[in-house]
Design a protein. Sequence first.
Length: 345
Amino acid sequence: MLENIVAWVLNNYIGEYLENLNTDQLSVALLSGQVELENVPLKKTALRKLDLPIEVKSGLLGKLTLSVPITHLRSEPWVLKLSDVLVIVGPPTPDRRYDVEAVERVEQQKKEQMLDELEQRHKAELLSHLGLSVPDSQDTWWGASLISTVLNNIQLILDNVHIRYEDNLSLPNGLAFNCGVRIQTITVQTTNAAGKPGFVEPQNHVNIFKRLELKGFSLYWNSDVNLSKDIESPKNLREILVPDSSNSAFIIHPCSTELRMERNSSKFPLKGAIPRFKFFLRPDKITVEMTRRQMAELRALNREWARFERARQHRKWRPLTHVGEKWARVLQFIHFLINFMSSLF
C-alpha cells in the first residue's frame, strides 16, 4: 500500500511536470523510507494547460528525495526535498496550437468541484434540519483520510531554485532581455496556531497553519543579452543558470523572509468579511531598485501579456492553419474545378 501512496503523490503533484517519470519502476526502500530521483527533465508542455503567455524552453530537476516515516505514517510529516530546480521559460512560439480540449477540461473540473461543494452543503443543511449528524468519510483510516493527512503535513524543501524568462519578441527591433528569480532555500511546513512546527490531523472547520521560510531570494532583470541556445544536456543548463551576481542587474537584492499563512478549512463558501486566507509577512531588510530601461521593458512585456489576455476569450475560434496555407488550398481547389469543367466540354 505504501508504494501505491508514494506513486499517487508523485503522479498527481509532480508527475505532469516531469518527463519520463515512471513510478512503476520506483524502488521504495521500506527500511530506510527513501525515494530518490536524479536529473529528471521538465516537460516543455508543463505549463500548457494553464494557458499562460509563457512556455518551458528547458528545465531540470536535479534531485528529488522523498523521506517517508515508515513506522509513524500518521504522526510524523513526510519530507519532500527538491534540489537544483533550473528552468528557462519564454514567450510561446508562433506555431503553438491552442489546446481547446485542455482548457475546457480544466474549466469543467472547476465546475464539477463547485457542484460537489454545493451538494455537500445542501446535504449538511438537510441532515441538520432533520436533526441527524453529518457523516464524515475522512474519519476512516484507509483511503482519502491517510492521503489527506500526509498532504496536509508534508514538509517541502527546495534548494537552489533558478527560473529565468528570456524574450526577444516583446521589445522593438528584436532586442532581447532576460529576468529571473533565484532562491537559495525554501522551506514549507505545517505548524500549530502558535507557529510551532508539528503534526496536525486535518479536521473540518479547524484552520490550517503553514510557515514558509525563504532564504536568498532575489529578482533580476538584464537588458541587451543573448538568448540561451543549444541546451542539449543537464550540464549545459547548469552552466547557463549558474549563480553569477556580478553580471545580474538586481531589482530585488538577495534577502530572506518568513511568511505565515492561516487557511480557513471550511468546505463551504464563507460569508461576510471572513477571509479564506490570512498572511503574516516578516521580512528582513529588502533592497529594491529599478532603472528607467528596466521599467520601459517591463511595461512592454506587460502590454504583450495584456494583449494575450484580451485574445483569450476568442482564441478557440482562431484557425488552425495559417492564412497563406488556407488560400493555397482554395486556389488549388479552384484550379481543380477549372480543369474538371474543361474536361466536360
